[in-house]
Each structure stands twice: as C-alpha cells, then as structure tokens.
Design a binder for this molecule. Structure first.
Ligand code: MG
Ligand code: MG
Length: 254
C-alpha cells in the first residue's frame, strides 16, 4: 500500500534523515587504509545508541536473507555492491567501499548509501561513482508532483546506460516511512510517462546501483553479500527523498 505523508509528517522525518546523513559523513571520514569493516559497524552502532535511534538492519530478515542481518551497516567492497555483511576485513589502498545505512528516529526511517574510494582511486572507479552520483541526481530531479514513477526510473536508467553500464533490476528503490521497505518499488530503469503519478507526500528511497562489467549478480555464502558475477566492481548511491509541492526534498542530504 502506498502511503502519502502530510507536510507535518514529512517535517517529522527530517531528524531521521539528518541522523542517517551524519552517520554516513562520519563513516566516510573514518574509512581509511587499515580500518576494519567491523570497526565501522561499531562506530555506527555507537552513534545509534547515543542518538537514541533504532537500527533497521540488525534484526532484518527478509525472504532473500539467509538469517537476521546482525549488524547495523551494509559494507560492500569492490565487486560486492549490495547488502555487504560487515566482516573481519581491513580496508586497503584503492578499495571501492559502499556503506548503506538505515535507521529509525522518532518512529520514522531514513535510508541512504554512499560509495567512495579508500586511499588512491583508480579512474574507472571514479567514473563509476560519477555516473551513480549523476543517476541519483537525475532521479531526484524527476521526483516531482505531476511526473510519474517511470520518469524517475527513466532518468536513472538513461544516465547509467548512456555511460555504458548495464542495469540489474532485481533490487531498486522503495517507499520509506515507519518501516524501511514500503511501496512503491522504484525500479532503476523504466519508461518516461508511465506508472504511478507522483503526488506530494510520497517518500521514497532512490538508489541507483550497477556494476562495471555485467548486470549479473551472485550471493556470497554469508547469505547476504551480493557481488558481480564477473568480479567487476560495483557502485551504489541512495537518498531518501520526499516529494513536496515545492519540489524534491532530499531528507538524507549530507
Ligand atoms: Mg539503503
Ligand atoms: Mg534502500
């Protein structure tokens, strides 16, 4: 069921957005060569506790997950791109890290993800990040009253395809509210002018992700981490966005 939020409810979602943004900002500063993924998860866990927030991940156990997630962050490195289960791994120079984080504050959820390079970056990784950043921006720009859901999907998809990458449609954006994953599903490719008409009060996570060399994925034995089938690197950028009469409001802006 698609729920629309009153302006006062959109306002009430701001603290969750600000908190999620602050955690990602902090983690992007801390993530450096020599830092363990488990330490990043620990920092996020501490920030959740100090803020009186709630993790959306730690008990999360959807149909596609083998067991409850057990951590508060998704950390996906290099050819891992989604749902990376934090594990005993020390970041090394040139790693492409995606941190995905969702939390509930005052009963409202925000969900955001960020990919960046640790240490010295390879140009091909900077190109991935640039394309994903532009795809996210294009999706946000299309999140306007009177447009349709397909306009968001098309904006994302055309940006990614024009840059020469493929798109896997198994996972995409989603409604955000009291729970992390609600309706509607927001595919990362679609047709302009098609689908749900966008109305003020719709709050969605917009989250382009793709891989450098393929649109095929495989899951690790940990039952969570999703990587490219060909070993090529992946990228993922996500914001929680409220559609308002004044245009798109990026609740998780950093
Ligand atoms: Mg997310
Ligand atoms: Mg999401």
């Amino acid at each position: 069921m698609i729920e629309l939020r009153r302006p006062s409810e959109v306002e009430a979602m701001r603290p969750a957005g600000r908190f999620v943004a602050s955690v990602l900002s902090e983690l992007s500063k801390l993530a450096a060569v020599g830092v363990n993924l488990l330490d990043l998860d620990g920092v996020a866990h501490r920030m959740i506790t100090e803020a009186g927030a709630e993790s959306c991940y730690i008990d999360y156990h959807p149909s596609f997950g083998a067991h409850p997630f057990g951590h508060v962050l998704c950390t996906s490195v290099n050819d891992a791109v989604l749902h990376g289960l934090p594990h005993d791994y020390v970041l090394s120079d040139g790693d492409l890290l995606t941190v995905d984080f969702a939390a509930r504050v005052d009963g409202w959820v925000a969900d955001s993800a960020l990919s960046f390079v640790v240490g010295n970056a390879r140009q091909e990784d900077l190109d991935l990040i640039d394309t994903a950043t532009r795809a996210l921006q294009a999706g946000v720009e299309a999140a306007r009253v009177g447009n349709r859901l397909g306009d968001i999907s098309h904006a994302i998809g055309s940006t990614v395809f024009d840059a020469g990458y493929g798109i896997n449609l198994e996972f995409g954006g989603h409604g955000v509210g009291r729970v992390m994953h609600g309706d509607p599903h927001v595919p990362n490719n679609g047709q302009k002018g098609r689908g749900l008409r966008l109305r003020a009060g719709l709050v969605i996570a917009i989250e382009p992700w793709f891989l450098a060399g393929t649109d095929e994925i495989r899951m690790d034995d940990d039952g969570w981490t999703i990587r490219s089938a060909d070993g090529s690197r992946g990228v993922h950028m996500e914001h929680t966005v409220a559609i308002t009469d004044d245009g798109p409001l990026v609740l998780t802006a950093r």
